[in-house]
Design a binder for this molecule. Structure first.
Ligand code: ZN
Ligand code: ZN
Length: 237
């Protein structure tokens, strides 16, 4: 099956001990894409044509902007600005109507274009396809590979976004009995691990009490970093 290609990164993520293995997969893909962008690829014509048109979303531009390859980023930005200017000039001379109490005018092409541009991102589109295959692979492995199923059952659960994604994909791939078990397991993993994190946060806050100043941290030292993965899918590095 085509998913064979993806079993290694999927297994690695489930072995990583992350609060959401799917977040771990996504973050690795994201970091690899940023490295790819800042490697020799930006000098390739077809890639540059795509980055000129699509640009980058705010989080990914923020990641690119702190990379060491300043020359590379300057070149990417320069030709992207040229393309943006060219596209923006095509709206010149168009007429738009004011909003009145009675009638809401059609949105201007320029405003629609602005919205599209802020949503479009070369890195997001590069990640999207592979990430979809990763999610497929999680479900195929769960279905076919008892070893992986054990690994799934003993992971630390998922963030909300990815739990939802897994449940949706489970409905596509698993048959009724297995789907019921998968659903219950996934939900149990979520709630039990929320409890574990809540306990870690409890101890973290207790440590601010002078009575516990010299007590051991137990598992709580990085409780905030791990909790934000669960709540918002953020992997702190
Ligand atoms: Zn996640
Ligand atoms: Zn993006």
């Amino acid at each position: 099956m085509a998913e064979k290609l993806y079993t290694i990164p999927v297994n690695e993520a489930f072995d990583s001990g992350a609060e959401c293995p799917v977040c771990a997969m996504f973050t690795k893909l994201e970091n690899d894409s940023i490295d790819f962008m800042m490697g020799p690829s930006y000098m390739e014509d077809d890639i540059r044509m795509d980055t000129n048109k699509m640009g980058f979303c705010k989080p990914h531009m923020r990641m690119l902007a702190v990379q060491k390859n300043r020359l590379g980023l300057a070149l990417i930005l320069k030709t992207h600005l040229d393309e943006q200017k060219k596209q923006a000039l095509s709206f010149k001379g168009k007429q738009i109507k004011p909003k009145t109490l009675l009638k809401k005018p059609e949105r201007s092409d320029l405003a629609v274009w602005c919205e599209k541009q802020t949503e479009s991102c070369y890195i997001c589109s590069r990640i999207k396809n592979t990430f979809g295959r990763y999610i497929d692979t999680v479900l195929h492995l769960y279905k076919k590979d008892p070893e992986f199923r054990k690994k799934y059952e003993s992971c630390k659960g998922f963030c909300q976004e990815h739990m939802g994604m897994l449940i949706d994909k489970g409905q596509e791939i698993l048959s009724q009995d297995m789907l019921n078990t998968f659903y219950q397991t996934t939900l149990d993993l979520y709630t039990e691990n929320l409890q574990r994190l809540a306990d870690d946060l409890d101890w973290f806050t207790d440590k601010f009490d002078y009575r516990y100043k010299d007590a051991p941290w137990k598992n709580s030292r990085d409780a905030i970093e791990r909790a934000v993965t669960k709540t918002n899918g953020i992997i702190m590095e």
